[in-house]
Design a binder for this molecule. Sequence first.
Ligand SMILES: *Cc1c(COP(=O)(O)O)cnc(C)c1O
Length: 474
Amino acid sequence: MFESGSPGRTGFFWPEEAGPTGLPQELLRDEIPGFPELGELEVLRHFTRLSHLNFGIESQFYPLGSCTMKYNPKVNEAVARLPGFSLIHPLAPPALLQGAFELLFGLETALAEIAGMDAVTLQPAAGAQGELAGLMLVRAYLSEKGNPRRKIIVPDTAHGTNPASSTLCGYDVVQIRSNDQGMVAPSAVAKVMDESVAALMLTNPNTLGIFEKNINAIADVVHSKGGLVYLDGANMNALMGIAKPGHMGVDVLHINLHKTCSTPHGGGGPGAGPVGVKNLLRDYLPVPRIMKSGNGYELREDFSKAIGRVRSFFGNFGVLVRAYAYIISLGSDGLAETSRMALLNANYIRRKLESVFQIAYPERCMHECVFTDRLQQKRHVSTLDIAKRLLDYGFHPPTIYFPLVVSGALMIEPTETESRETLDAFIDAMTSIAREAEENPDLLKTAPHSTPVRRLDEARAARKPVLRWEPKRD
Ligand SMILES: *Cc1c(COP(=O)(O)O)cnc(C)c1O
């Protein structure tokens, strides 16, 4: 942008009496060296061109495992933009906020029902912040019992935020290994569980896309030593209307609304990571809490055991509006159907690709399936090469090299919103890539070939980005 335009060119004209800029002289800053001067059409073309370089769920299939890149119905966007929601001021008198309060109360109630928990806070702005808030509740509860304890048990398949949140909350992390079926064994938990452990953080379905069948037995082990069970519920897209974590011995969990409940995500935000608790943790929930009062609702702060505030105002309100619209437009049958379709799509891909790529665990999967590059390694083709080659076929690559317990992992989460035709096109692309790995491995090792930039040195690209746009010449 700094290289286009011409001095004196502009896209906007003030009325003459307002002076050359329309602003009082004392508010004007000095000349900015090299500041671009462009016409309206040049600006428009610049940003339109950039938008075409973007990859999004609305342009192509985006099977990024563990991220649930589903389509977000436009009606939820329309609802979030209603002036009654988008223009309210959080410091307006409660009498003027009753509609917003009713929505927040309704969403808390719906999420408690979906997860099988007793109470919910909507404040945390992301999954990771939900984890931290949830662990702060655990700490407050155990402290009141006399000892906050020192450790959190985290399985080796956990998302990186789990050990990070534990550390941030002042706990030491004890890592346990999953077994050869990709699951946590109750005996592995029993081996490290003692009265110095505050909680176990478990993800279910876990990041291998496998349901932790032994979760009730695991919870019994943790509870028998006075610890609590934290469920990382970021993968709720697999469970809605089918199973409730509250029935699995879980004491506290977070849900990622930006994954499961229709908020566009990627690039860091905005999100919402509500936390659900069983009654034993209710008194510690962050304030303000939304309560029924007379015919309406009020926000209350007078809870002496509360951990305090974790987010300004009501949380990420726009995300909460989308989530509520999503939940009530689908209803309980629709949510169950959503999860069933997510499982069906993932298992369809698993079955269709397991003859061309090595599957990490032969179990039936939940919402995502994990392959490895083991077969392609014979031709020295790696997961990174496969992922880069997928870009040439117009698909966003799956999550790669995660979870760490699978060497060369390719973690595919199709979500429920993709049609059979799209899944088949992706399966065809992956099958072609497997054939190319046999016949022409160099083609993969130099991929991508059709993107605006080729294979990047990713560390250098992040540290020293080259932002100049060069038209492609070959
Ligand atoms: C996405 C995810 C998280 C973190 O959620 P953020 O909203 O990105 O902070 C935690 N655990 C699992 C399993 C996830 O998939």
